[in-house]
Ligand binder design. Structure first.
Ligand SMILES: [Zn+2]
Length: 192
């Protein structure tokens, strides 16, 4: 679930970044889909494998959007296969949006003979392209993971001695100072 959530946030942020940097203008979608036209447009552009000319002319900005998305998925993924899974989710979400966008912009496509091929093509292109997020996601996931391991230093030993009379000592006394009982076997709690 964490991967899916991260991927959704990554797609939204990538779409907003692309929109804010003017990488493309939102396409027009019929209501009520116009409310998330930014998402549809982003998916459309990022997934469109045929738009190689656009890619090359603004390759850095395209790459930037993918890398931003990677920062989001990397922040919520475990390094390794888990990060790849997030990237696949980003691709799947973008593919779904791009396919929806395709049919919204051109409803007659639904009845076109190349419909299924187009859907499969879009899906594969999206999942492959989404692997670009790994460029930032993988190192970030590794950095976060190593930082997390470093903070897991053993906690200082916590000593508590409880006497049968109820007296509590934050030490290991030989005798209870309240009832005088010998505390042979102090109840030691060691949190490691
Ligand atoms: Zn006592």
């Amino acid at each position: 679930m964490k991967n899916v959530g991260g991927a959704i946030v990554a797609v939204i942020i990538a779409a907003l970044v692309a929109n804010a940097t003017g990488l493309w203008f939102p396409l027009e979608y019929p209501a009520p889909f116009d409310t998330i036209s930014i998402l549809f447009t982003a998916a459309c552009h990022l997934v469109d494998a045929t738009a190689l000319s656009t890619w090359l002319s603004s390759v850095f900005r395209y790459a930037f959007v993918w890398l931003v998305a990677g920062l989001v998925t990397g922040a919520v993924s475990e390094p390794g296969w888990n990060t790849v899974r997030s990237a696949i989710w980003v691709g799947a979400i973008l593919a779904t949006l791009a396919i929806a966008s395709m049919f919204l912009l051109n409803p007659s496509l639904w009845f076109a003979p190349e419909r299924n091929t187009l859907i499969v093509q879009t899906f594969v292109a999206a999942v492959v392209a989404a692997q670009l997020t790994l460029v930032t996601a993988m190192p970030l996931a590794m950095i976060i993971s190593s930082l997390r391991n470093r903070t897991k230093t053993p906690l200082p030993t916590y000593i508590v001695t409880v006497c049968e009379c109820g007296a509590v000592f934050k030490s290991k006394p030989m005798f209870c100072s309240r009832c005088g009982r010998r505390l042979q076997e102090p109840q030691t709690k060691q949190a490691v």
